[in-house]
Design a protein around this ligand. Structure first.
Ligand SMILES: [Fe+2]
Length: 243
């Protein structure tokens, strides 16, 4: 499986505080069957303003330990930007870290209570800067919950939806679960993320969510959501499904 968004780097945001905590999460992901994980700490959400250089530094430390432990887990860089106003306006390209550092998709979270005014214009500007929007856990947004088909207008700007494990499993309530289910049925979802923060409270586990996804779209499509579509987002990387 590929986990397209998780807070698994130490000391940067509300993810793990220590390197040991980060490794615990990454081992948990590996044991669950995850072979590729995008480490995307919060950035620009009013609480955390994480710089790409800090993310790359923390990632290097984590990777060195994974190598020592011979854990065949690919950890890629990223950042989770808060989608409001003109999110990219005050950010130069070197202040942005795309999904996997590949220069294509930027990872965004939506506010939970409303959609930003002129969201299409914001996404249009994201496109103008040469990026594609990957929107994580859209099912937690109240307006998407009210009418999941709203996401179609975002998809006009090549936005892809990545639902969260907690969302599809009901951890964020019935409405979020229903929205995630409908987004899946509409074919707007291109991946699943753990949105892991801690091994106990929000774990790096996707397998249970995948079973819930299977129940909605069947096993063939669920397998694509677990690997093929995310691998498409991470092109041109050649990813190993590993042992
Ligand atoms: Fe997140």
């Amino acid at each position: 499986m590929i986990d397209l968004h998780a807070h698994v780097l130490p000391g940067l945001d509300d993810g793990p505080d220590t390197l040991e905590g980060a490794l615990e999460l990454l081992r948990q992901a590996y044991e669950d069957g995850v072979r590729v994980i995008v480490a995307s700490p919060h950035a620009g959400d009013g609480r955390y303003e994480t710089h790409p250089s800090e993310i790359r530094g923390a990632l290097d430390a984590v990777k060195a330990r994974l190598e020592e432990d011979s854990l065949a887990l690919t950890v890629l860089p990223g950042m989770e930007l808060y989608l409001e106003g003109d999110v990219l306006k005050n950010r130069e390209d070197d202040e942005l870290l795309t999904v996997g550092g590949l220069g294509r998709y930027l990872c965004f979270e939506l506010p939970t209570t409303s959609l930003p005014f002129f969201i299409e214009e914001i996404l249009f500007r994201v496109n103008l800067r040469g990026y594609l929007p990957m929107i994580v856990h859209p099912e937690r947004n109240v307006e998407i919950q009210r009418d999941p088909s709203v996401f179609r207008s975002l998809a006009r700007h090549d936005a892809v939806a990545v639902i969260s494990a907690g969302g599809i499993m009901g951890a964020y309530g019935r409405r979020a679960k229903k929205a995630a289910t409908e987004l899946l049925r509409m074919g707007l979802v291109r991946g699943i993320c753990s949105d892991a923060h801690s091994a106990r409270h929000r774990p790096a586990v996707l397998s249970e969510a995948l079973r819930a996804v299977e129940a909605v779209v069947g096993s063939t499509e669920a397998a694509r959501l677990a690997w093929d579509y995310p691998a498409e987002i991470l092109k041109p990387l050649e990813l190993s499904r590993g042992p």
